[in-house]
Design a protein around this ligand. Structure first.
Ligand SMILES: Cc1cc2nc3c(=O)[nH]c(=O)nc-3n(C[C@H](O)[C@H](O)[C@H](O)COP(=O)(O)O)c2cc1C
Length: 335
């Protein structure tokens, strides 16, 4: 039995060689509407986008800003909620409050976000520069949480300060149940290639499960990442944008099955479904604004996509968008 699957109560694996394939957290993107198609296409578990521990605690009485970030649909697969912050007391208290909601499988600590507005306050990947504080944060979250705790990290701050192995050992000794490693440094942001060999070193240095993350884009790269890292699971972020089928592609390849990519009309149908979920949740105009980026991802690579994207961005309601998408479908008819 895959230990990671046990910790997260994942029951969707098929066969001994299958491993959990997770949706990586993406701020402003991975809400329940985004997770729904990913999970329908084989994503085994997901993580909310990062939530400020301190912000969540102070917003307790007016939770509306946070409702969407922390929402989970009843049919969803196992979900972790991700916290960012650097003060052990707040992190522990927020972990306690969120784990009490009884809707998550795990509390994940963000030690990988490279955004200046997060690191300048000492949170996200800045915690990797202060191993003592990082350890205190993990210990406090483990103490406050009623659920397993995981840590998501990068390789280190920059090429001269690679300390993922150290941090993984600290996480393990402070009681983390598993870790996710994005194979880049903070300085790299999203440039260059994820260093899977460095993730392999982390995997060899701890007994707790390790999830490999970074540049897993399809079945072939997933198999290569697994071969290099020997990780217990994989997490996919950007390759899932407009492409929830990537999870099926990865599982099929790992299981030795044939994967057939979606047709253009299947992609457009999925975009429509995604829009319906957002419209049921958000005021119409807000849903329209939010859907723009998702439409762009769903239609990427189709004939006429660039022009279609411009028209979608100018559309004032969903009927107009429907017309644009119908025309796109017409011009992309196979055969
Ligand atoms: C738009 C965007 C938002 C992200 N937000 C978060 C976040 O809230 N928390 C986090 O731990 N990582 C976040 N990440 C990093 C991803 O989880 C992942 O580690 C990174 O994109 C590498 O994986 P990939 O190559 O599969 O995309 C974000 C990445 C992107 C592109």
């Amino acid at each position: 039995m895959n230990r990671l699957a046990e910790i997260l109560s994942i029951n969707t694996l098929q066969g001994d060689s299958d491993i959990p394939v997770l949706l990586a957290p993406m701020a402003g993107i991975t809400d329940w509407a985004y997770r729904t198609p990913a999970e329908a296409q084989g994503c085994d578990a997901a993580t909310t986008e990062m939530i400020s521990a301190q912000g969540y605690i102070y917003a307790k009485r007016s939770l509306s800003n946070y409702q969407r970030l922390i929402a989970r649909a009843p049919y969803e697969k196992p979900l972790s909620v991700q916290l960012f912050g650097h003060e052990p007391v707040y992190m522990g208290e927020a972990a306690h409050l969120l784990s009490n909601l009884q809707r998550y499988s795990c509390i994940d600590i963000n030690m990988g976000c490279p955004a200046r507005k997060v690191t300048s306050g000492g949170s996200g990947s800045a915690l990797m520069r202060n191993e003592v504080l990082a350890g205190q944060v993990i210990a406090s979250v483990v103490k406050g949480s009623l659920l397993p705790v995981s840590v998501k990290m990068r390789l280190g701050w920059d090429q001269d300060h690679i300390n993922a192995v150290n941090l993984a050992k600290i996480a393990e000794s402070e009681g983390a149940a598993f870790i996710t490693v994005h194979g880049r440094t903070t300085a790299q942001q999203y440039s260059g290639h994820a260093n899977w060999a460095a993730i392999a070193e982390v995997k060899q240095s701890v007994k707790i499960p390790v999830i490999a993350n970074g540049d897993i884009a399809d079945g072939a790269s997933a198999v290569e990442a697994l071969k290099t890292t020997k990780a217990d699971g994989l997490a996919i972020g950007r390759a899932s944008l407009g492409n929830p089928w990537v999870f099926r592609a990865v599982h099929s390849t790992i299981r030795g099955e044939v994967y057939t990519p979606p047709t253009g009309s299947e992609r457009l149908k999925e975009a429509e479904k995604h829009a319906r979920l957002l419209r049921a949740w958000l005021p119409e105009h807000r849903a329209l604004l939010e859907m723009r980026k998702f439409y762009a991802w769903y239609i990427k690579g189709m004939r006429g996509a660039a022009e279609c994207r411009t028209r979608i961005n100018q559309a004032s309601d969903f009927d107009e968008i429907q017309t644009v998408l119908s025309e796109l479908q017409e011009s992309n008819l196979e055969g």
